[in-house]
Design a protein around this ligand. Structure first.
Ligand SMILES: [Zn+2]
Length: 206
């Protein structure tokens, strides 16, 4: 086989593998739950503001892991993913974040979601549980472009997707409130997701 033929063969095989992968992905049932820890696995340079604030990603991972653990304990299949993911489908997906603000203590908690009824209702369900408990500022839904057009809405195609901004980590008062409550917050996230999937699970005590 000459070099040209070899290259053509390799190219054809790659194309066939790609087509196979796409078919496999579209036939596979969606994962029940995907939990993404915001910024996980990214390094300084492609994370912007987060670079200055290492704790956000640590807290994101902590909350995402605990929410996943709780859901699995309730018998629900969960996929835990970092910031960068390949295209996939889910019934319910959440991305965990804490906000940071240049003018400290001006921010707080919020939710973001793609423009669908199912996602809005899911996000509202979360808000109804977290907002009465969280004693700081709450923004309007999708108050930034990052929330409205979150990059992972395209890669993680979920029937219900919500980005959860759990509070402002750069505000000491909020951070002090959040720190000892991270596990409880995670359990409340797990509870929201489980009930969204129609599972009857005990409501965590806050
Ligand atoms: Zn973030």
């Amino acid at each position: 086989m000459n070099i040209k033929n070899k290259a053509a063969t390799v190219f054809t095989v790659l194309i066939l593998l790609l087509i196979g992968y796409i078919i496999y992905q579209s036939l596979k049932a969606p994962t029940p739950v995907i939990i993404q820890a915001g910024h996980e696995g990214r390094t300084c340079g492609n994370t912007g503001a987060v670079c200055k604030n290492y704790t956000e990603v640590e807290w994101n991972i902590l909350v995402a892991n605990e929410a996943a653990r709780q859901l699995r304990e309730w018998g629900i299949e969960v996929k835990r993913v970092p910031a960068d993911v390949l295209s996939q489908r889910a019934q319910v997906a959440v991305a965990i974040h804490f906000d940071s603000a240049r003018r400290i203590c001006r921010s707080g908690a919020s939710v973001g979601y793609p423009d669908t009824n199912a996602s809005r209702m899911f996000a509202t369900h979360w808000k109804q549980l977290y907002k009465p408990w969280f004693p700081f500022k709450w923004h309007n839904d999708n108050f930034t472009d990052n929330l409205k057009n979150y990059y992972a809405y395209k890669t993680i195609r979920a029937e219900k997707f919500a980005v959860l901004e759990l509070g402002e980590i750069t505000c000491e008062k909020q951070a002090k409130w959040l720190r000892p409550r991270l596990e409880k917050i995670a359990k409340l996230i797990a509870y929201t997701i489980a009930t969204e999937l129609g599972k009857e699970v005990p409501k965590p005590k806050l």
